[in-house]
Ligand binder design. Structure first.
Ligand code: EPZ
Length: 420
């Protein structure tokens, strides 16, 4: 399996362009199941999770091409309405095909997504919503079997603003005639991008003055063309890499307001930023990095997906910082690896206390999940000497052209496979 060799201690310099958002591209690709007409999607990042989703669409019966960031999807005969465990176990987001398949066929059989490194990650909110829409949910040998005589419009209050449940229920409701209202929904920018795409397909989705999603379902939806929004988590990760290496980097092609809290916290920590409508420049800063307390929360709160890269920056602060991970129950797996690189971190349940150190030292570490892996890469970029990061496949799920982008910023980073 691939590893990354990083010779750290260099300040990142230059400009890097954000890729399309993984967490918008995945649900938008799934939303193409709602129509048999061709769809064209641009700025789709070349990531493991995207490739897995394209495989799922092909398994279900779609014809797919993918070239230079553009995906074309068209019907290729009758769609299947079930997925094999093989595919679902690779990526939790594959469960989001449930909504479109239930809406189209009144029956879907999807393996329950297992948990993953960062938590159990149940789908109870999804299933309760489907029941409110008139479906029965049965469990059989690890699969969820959703069935409905007829799907009915409904008013659904999510007990927690789950991103995936919001998207799953939203896609299902698009084909249920009548008015469905979803309350306490996730407000992540990726949801807006999915809504934008669904409305281009002829759906009728709006947000009322209470922030609820109001969907008037249609009999059918048509094909559409769409460019995926910039990836705010990738953008934020590069801003944090710039800050941690004391570099001077401009992230272009991004949506700064999607990183509003991160930009505020970076400035509070002492960094100077130049922000335009589609770029953020982190200026070189050699002063003390102030320890800032962050707690993760649903958007627009501090993004849980940036918690790990942020922790790496706080390892270099001049005091004691605190990180509260309030979204996932086990999202500090990068902490012990950072400690092996000289960081001082104590975790207790959902709180990590970080006492800043002057510098980190290179080590042989391993990634346990996508964003924790990026935290280790950033630490390797800061640490003098050669850091080796194992299980790079985690990182390949969410960072397009990682080495190329970091090399263009002056990093000394190589990918190699010891088995080859
Ligand atoms: C999406 O996951 C993202 N993935 C995650 O990004 C992100 O961390 C997460 O939203 C939160 O922002 C994609 O968009 C593909 P949730 P999702 O449902 O939808 C609990 C990354 O690094 N929950 O909002 O699975 C759940 O256990 C990935 O790019 C229930 O209890 O997240 C978790 O604690 C990691 N029951 C919390 O809610 C449910 O039915 C948030 O989960 C659903 C969720």
């Amino acid at each position: 399996m691939d590893r990354l060799l990083i010779r750290g201690g260099k300040k990142l310099q230059g400009t890097v362009r954000a890729s399309g958002s993984k967490n918008a591209a995945l649900p938008i690709l799934v939303a193409t199941l709602l129509t048999d007409e061709p769809c064209v999607l641009h700025r789709v990042p070349d990531l493991r999770d995207v490739r897995t989703t394209l495989k799922i669409l092909e398994y279900l019966g779609k014809k797919v091409t993918y070239e230079n960031g553009t995906v074309t999807i068209s019907a290729d005969g009758q769609l299947k309405n079930s997925l094999p465990y093989e595919l679902v176990k690779q990526m939790r987001a594959s469960f989001w095909v449930a909504g479109p398949l239930l809406a189209r066929f009144l029956e879907a059989e999807i393996p329950l997504p297992g948990g993953c490194a960062i938590g159990v990650r149940p789908v109870d909110i999804h299933l309760k919503g489907f029941e409110k829409l008139g479906a029965t949910c049965e469990m059989n040998a690890g699969n969820v079997i959703l069935r409905a005589q007829e799907l009915v419009p409904s008013k659904i209050v999510l007990r927690f603003p789950s991103v995936g449940a919001t998207q799953n229920l939203l896609m299902c409701a698009c084909l249920i005639e009548g008015e469905t209202v979803l309350e306490n929904v996730a407000k992540e920018p990726e949801i807006d991008d999915v809504i934008d795409f669904l409305n281009k397909m002829g759906a009728d989705i709006s947000t009322d003055d209470k922030g609820r999603l109001v969907i008037y379902g249609k009999k059918t939806l048509h094909g559409a063309e769409h460019e995926v929004v910039a990836d705010r988590i990738e953008s934020g990760s590069y801003m944090l890499a710039a800050a941690a290496t004391r570099g001077d980097v401009t992230v272009t092609g991004c949506v700064p307001e999607h990183n509003a809290i991160l930009l505020e916290d970076l400035q509070e920590a002492g960094f100077t930023l130049t922000v335009t409508n589609d770029s953020v420049r982190v200026h070189a800063y050699d002063g003390d990095i102030k320890p800032i307390r962050v707690r993760t929360a649903p958007y627009p709160g501090f993004a849980t997906d940036l918690q790990a890269p942020w922790m790496t920056l706080m390892c270099l602060s001049d005091g004691t910082a605190e990180v509260d991970e309030d979204i996932f129950e086990n999202r500090f797996m990068h902490a012990p690896e950072l400690v092996r690189m000289g960081a001082q971190i104590v975790t207790e349940k959902s709180v990590a206390r970080i006492t800043g150190v002057k510098e980190l030292s290179a080590a042989h570490v391993q990634a346990s999940d996508l964003r924790g892996g990026m935290a280790l890469v950033i630490a390797g970029l800061c640490a003098k000497g050669e850091t080796e990061v194992e299980r790079v496949y985690h990182i390949d799920r969410g960072y397009e052209n990682l080495e190329e982008k970091l090399t263009s910023l002056g990093a000394d980073i190589k990918r190699y496979n010891p088995e080859k």
